[in-house]
Design a protein around this ligand. Structure first.
Ligand code: UDP
Ligand code: MG
Length: 315
């Protein structure tokens, strides 16, 4: 018998696209069931992230007339990442695999089969990767590229051009449930889980209807979250800066001393300048040491799982 798939679709004020999304996904799910790719118990779970429009009313109505539609209503708007996690954790026990996708039909639903095929080949996590960024504005394209570069430099493992269109098996979902952090950046967390992974390429189209719920301000704060939730490098940079300043100041002082001993005419300003640098450098160094401890505390309070056992062979 085929495995059960749950689609998890976070929705925030999506009344304009929802009817079309439900129509298209229903068709797709039915075709996948007919092919025997997924079981008849498969469903699409729409997560209403505290919408203020008719989103929940639409989900309720659809649930009444279409048995494939499930609904999860969050008590309050918690943001895309939290809505996604809520959906995934709610369906984890009911499915063998879950695929998360946006409500606005930007993620090509025709590639859903390929996700499931990868899962059948043994992948626990399958990342949807955009084959191009042609539909993006030049601004979004370049800022996205810069973001991936920075994350790479900071040593954060993230999948290039992957957003949150992703399949996770039940055991990958269970592993995700072990992560206790509040500042969620799923595309950073999921690669740390491990297991066998695969990718599926797709074209990302324009939003079908409605407007983006990710204005520039939210996008920037999301990127900042990505950096600060995964890396203590910014804290370590303070130490590096402090050491550099101290070394420069010491060199300056040395040069001034040499001038003094060789009887060369020396002004007093190099002394003032280098002492200011030295004082700044020492302060930054102290701050960096304090930062090192803060970094440790930050890792501890996150209480991420220290390991995840993939298999246990025992007789
Ligand atoms: N979304 C959500 N809660 C929010 C903001 C967005 O659940 O607070 C959902 C939204 O309904 C959509 C997905 O997250 O399904 C991605 O949002 P959007 O399409 O607006 O982002 P963009 O594609 O413009 O980056
Ligand atoms: Mg979108």
């Amino acid at each position: 018998m085929a495995d059960t798939l749950y689609l998890v679709i976070p929705c925030y004020n999506e009344e304009e696209v929802l009817p079309e999304t439900i129509r298209r996904l229903t068709g797709k799910m039915n075709r996948m069931m007919e092919k025997g790719l997924i079981s008849r118990r498969s469903r699409m779970a729409f997560v209403d992230d505290g919408s203020r429009d008719r989103t929940w009313a639409l989900i309720q109505a659809a649930h009444g007339e279409n048995h494939l539609v499930s609904g999860i209503k969050l008590a309050h708007n918690r943001g895309h990442q939290n809505a996604l996690l809520a959906g995934l954790m709610t369906v984890a026990e009911k499915c063998d695999m879950a695929i998360s996708l946006d409500a606005d039909l930007q993620d090509d639903v025709e590639v859903l089969d390929r996700f499931v095929e990868k899962y059948q080949e043994g992948c626990d996590i399958v990342y949807g990767v955009r084959s191009s960024r042609q539909t993006d504005t030049a601004f979004k394209r370049s800022t996205a590229l810069g973001f991936y570069k920075v994350m790479e430099k900071l040593g954060v493992e993230i999948v290039y051009n992957h957003a949150d269109y992703r399949l996770m098996s039940r055991r990958a979902l269970k592993a995700l449930g072990e992560y206790r952090e509040v500042n969620l950046f799923l595309r950073g967390i999921v690669p740390t889980i491990g297991f066998r992974t695969g990718t599926v390429e797709y074209e990302r189209s324009e939003r079908f209807a409605g407007t983006s719920k990710y204005p520039l301000k939210k996008m920037l704060s999301f990127a900042w979250d990505g950096v600060t939730s995964f890396s203590v490098k910014p804290l370590q940079l303070i130490t590096t800066l402090g050491v550099t300043l101290c070394v420069l100041a010491a060199l300056g002082m040395l040069a001034a001393l040499v001038c003094l001993f060789c009887g060369l005419p020396a002004a007093s300003w190099p002394w003032i300048l280098t002492s200011v640098w030295m004082a700044c450098g020492v302060q930054l160094l102290c701050l960096g040491v304090a930062g090192a401890y803060i970094g440790k505390i930050y890792q501890e309070v996150k209480a991420r799982p220290r390991y995840l056992v993939e298999e246990f062979l025992d007789r």
